[in-house]
Write a protein that binds this ligand. Structure first.
Ligand SMILES: Cc1cc2nc3c(=O)[nH]c(=O)nc-3n(C[C@H](O)[C@H](O)[C@H](O)COP(=O)(O)OP(=O)(O)OC[C@H]3O[C@@H](n4cnc5c(N)ncnc54)[C@H](O)[C@@H]3O)c2cc1C
Length: 411
């Protein structure tokens, strides 16, 4: 571990808020750069749940540089592609996984979000301090560092504080201001959960669109006997309690009542799902990602939304670049945060451009829109639609990853 050239060591102690994808990825590279890292996570353990996320482009390269690719491959989920189905289950369009050489809607390496979070946690646990079941409540910055107060733990001093706590970041609220200034809702809500596998998926990611901007989906899980379900709907802003799971499930149940295909089965499974997750879909946009000693990473700073398929790449690449720049600047956060912004900004801007149609392309509201979407999906593997889709996913590689003096791990 290199510690020799970190300046004054006052910035050597770094607090990361959030143990999702971005937080542990940053912790991994910070430790390689000789920093001491504490991660505080609100959940009692790394949060399971979520569907498969794509390891694409530069995000995949970061996993390779961590030496974790073999494990990621071993845990990846085989999927034959995306198939759209109507209310009776008849297939109306298909996009096979191999039609874009593994870089299409379903990428070559699809790993369950919970598995990836756990993999990153395991890789960092030996030399990172994790504080679960807690969160930051105050950040008081001064010339030498920041005093952080927690909900449960005693106050502590850190050199720098990183907000990697997702789109509703508490760190961002403390250092930058209220969420409404930075989160731009797309008028879409999504629930994800694990269900028992009594659907005939045959390796396909099945998606059913219905009028009203409703989307029900099911995709293969990694373990036998489980599938990953999704229920999304378009809506004007809804006020809901983010901690009240039963109320969220009731909201979803009301929206999807009476829907065809396998939706009734999915709704029944939802109520007993161990990992139900519900959120509004919105992009996070800020002109600057740092305020003094506080910096934002991943969805907290630049959530692109699941519609882009690029959130995981942004989180992984952001963690690598932030740690690399801090190491290169010997812990000087003024230099490092500026460079982090310079390197990441063009990549983030590209990634935040939504695919054609945005949320209405994903969840058309009328029958005609759904038929047009089926048609465009059938064209996806052909010119010119093929090029449109290929361009969207090529954005994942749209950055030249800097080489930093961080010792690579090939465990
Ligand atoms: C349970 C879950 C399921 C998801 N499923 C999908 C999916 O199926 N498809 C998809 O494309 N994207 C999904 N996402 C989002 C995806 O993980 C991110 O877009 C992307 O990987 C960027 O990761 P991140 O680490 O920035 O954010 P996240 O993965 O959201 O991680 C943020 C972490 O911060 C923690 N946190 C939040 N608030 C606080 C707080 N106040 N104090 C401390 N910790 C806090 C959260 O519990 C979480 O562990 C999911 C996110 C979560 C949390």
């Amino acid at each position: 571990m290199r510690t020799a050239y970190i300046c004054a060591m006052s910035n050597n102690e770094i607090l990361i808020c959030g143990a999702g994808i971005a937080g542990p990825a940053l912790a991994y590279w910070l430790r390689k750069g000789g920093f001491t890292v504490t991660v505080v996570e609100r959940a009692p353990e790394p949060r399971p749940g979520g569907q498969t996320v794509d390891l694409r482009g530069a995000g995949r390269t970061v996993i390779e540089r961590m030496g974790l690719m073999d494990r990621a491959r071993a845990e990846s989920v085989d999927q034959r592609g995306l198939a759209l189905v109507d209310h009776s289950g008849r297939t109306t369009a298909r996009v096979p996984a191999d039609s874009f050489c593994g870089e299409g809607i379903v990428s070559e390496i699809e790993i369950l979000r919970g598995d990836l979070a756990h993999l990153l946690y395991e890789a960092t646990r030996p030399d990172t301090e994790y504080l679960f079941d807690d969160t930051v409540t105050g950040i008081d910055q001064d010339a030498d560092g920041a005093t952080v107060t927690f909900e449960k733990a005693a106050p502590r001093r850190f050199g720098l504080v990183v907000g990697a706590d997702g789109p509703h970041s508490a760190t961002r609220a403390l250092a930058f201001g209220p969420e409404q200034k930075f989160v731009h809702p797309l008028g879409l809500y999504t629930a994800w959960f694990t269900a028992a596998d009594d659907l005939e998926l045959d390796g396909w990611y099945l998606m059913h669109n219905a009028p009203g901007g409703l989307v029900a989906s099911a995709r293969p899980g990694r373990l036998p006997g489980e599938i990953k379900a999704g229920l999304s709907f378009r809506s004007a802003p809804i006020a809901y309690d983010r901690r009240d799971v039963a109320a969220q499930q009731e909201l979803v149940a009301q929206r999807f009542a009476g829907l065809g295909w396998e939706t009734p089965r999915l709704l029944r499974a939802m109520h007993t799902a161990p990992d139900f997750f519900f959120d509004s879909v919105g992009q996070v946009r800020l002109d600057r990602w740092s305020r003094g000693r506080v910096v934002l990473l991943g969805d907290a700073g630049y959530c692109a939304t699941p519609l882009t398929g690029l959130g995981t790449s942004l989180a992984l690449v952001g963690g690598y670049v932030l740690a690399g720049e801090l190491a290169a600047a010997a812990g000087d956060h003024h230099i490092a945060f500026r460079r982090y912004d310079e390197v990441m900004r063009p990549y983030v801007s590209q990634a935040q451009q939504l695919p054609p149609g945005g949320s209405s392309g994903f969840a058309p509201s009328g029958r005609l829109g759904i038929r047009l979407r089926d048609l465009s999906m059938r064209q996806m593997t052909r010119w010119p639609m093929r090029n449109v889709l290929a361009a969207q996913f090529a954005k994942a590689g749209d950055i030249t990853l800097p080489e930093y003096d961080l010792a690579a791990d090939t465990r």
